[in-house]
Design a protein. Structure first.
Length: 282
């Protein structure tokens, strides 16, 4: 909270500078099928899916993958795409959100975070804004649209000023490449429910809305595959981590968000983050 006084400025800058080229409408996919033991009389099949029970942001990301999407299953994991040369009019693609602290800074920040029990009692998505994403700037492109465009590793294809209909995204959470925005979620690194239970319940409605749409002040929003985001759900780092090789930057991003907003951590959460950071090189 000690740094929140800068959020209004950063949020205004993001709204004024990033908006003109914003990416498109939300899209949602369902995670790959988990092994599920069929119950008596229950249908089984390759399109059977099970979404995390504690995750309530699916509606903000659009239709499910099986509803007219180009894949019936998640695309196979591949090597990260080679970033093409920067083209005129296209922002340099982002792998991780802005203001990501390095390892040394993350260790210091983690040591300064207050340790408190977590409780999400009373949480509802509407506490972070009546709309999933807020519009920005003259063109009124939404937060999701902006993030989609600027995190595509090739110039995004737009329908109109805002709607992204093509591009290429690399999901750091599960090392997947996506060519269709319907396969891309804009994830809150620190989930809204988790933020609520870590101190956001005492914030103003305006501050919670800014937290949910933070494109510039902290490393809070990242484009990832829909499948990885559904598996993560609302879990903290002690219960979920991305694929090997991404744990360090994910932990640094998590800590960066919590430090910027003055959110607390639990003992188990802190212990897991310390364990991860201890194995990071930089």
């Amino acid at each position: 909270m000690r740094r929140y006084r800068r959020l209004g400025i950063a949020f205004a800058i993001a709204a004024a500078v990033v908006p003109a080229a914003l990416p498109g409408t939300a899209a949602r996919a369902t995670p790959p099928p988990d092994p599920v033991t069929p119950q008596a009389g229950q249908q089984t099949g390759r399109h059977q899916h099970r979404a995390p029970m504690d995750f309530d942001e699916n509606d903000c990301e659009g239709p499910a993958a099986d509803e007219g999407d180009i894949y019936t299953r998640p695309p196979k994991t591949g090597n990260p795409p080679t970033t093409p040369p920067r083209r005129r009019g296209h922002a340099l693609p982002l792998k991780w959100p802005r203001n990501l602290p390095d390892r040394k800074a993350a260790v210091r920040m983690l040591g300064e975070l207050e340790v408190k029990p977590f409780s999400s009692k009373g949480y509802h998505r509407k506490h972070f804004g009546s709309a999933c994403w807020v519009p920005h700037g003259v063109d009124r492109c939404t937060t999701r649209q902006i993030a989609l465009k600027f995190q595509s590793v090739v110039p995004a294809t737009l329908d109109g000023r805002c709607k992204v209909v093509g591009g290429r995204w690399h999901s750091e959470y599960d090392n997947r490449d996506m060519a269709d925005p319907a396969h891309v979620d804009i994830d809150h690194v620190v989930p809204l429910r988790h933020a609520w239970g870590s101190g956001a319940r005492s914030w103003t409605a305006k501050k919670r809305q800014e937290f949910a749409n933070d494109l510039a002040a902290s490393p809070q929003l990242i484009a990832v595959s829909t499948w990885a985001n559904r598996r993560k759900g609302d879990k903290g780092p002690e219960k979920w981590m991305p694929v090997a090789g991404a744990e360090c930057l994910y932990s640094q991003a998590w800590i960066g968000v919590k430090d910027y907003y003055g959110l607390s951590v639990t003992r188990k959460e802190k212990a897991k983050l310390q364990q991860v950071l201890a194995g990071c090189k930089k």
